[in-house]
Design a protein. Sequence first.
Length: 88
Amino acid sequence: MAGDFGWSGVAGQAGTGAGRVSFKAACPDCRARFELAAGALRLAIGGSRRTTFYSFTCPECGAAVRKPAGERIVELLTGGGVSTLRSI
């Protein structure tokens, strides 16, 4: 269950060993690359493309990162157990 979403933000589902799901991510501020557990990401699903996004805090520099989430990213993140907020 792997995907590739580009160089910044979530870059794909890295692993599912022993029930653990992690996602490859990158920080646009410090350009660090790392893996995040599902619990380190948040997904907000809104009524439009502009209000549907995922976010995380960079473990290297502490920057708050927010990226748009298309259908495929929403599918992978929700399937991987990422906490989801739906707005009406």
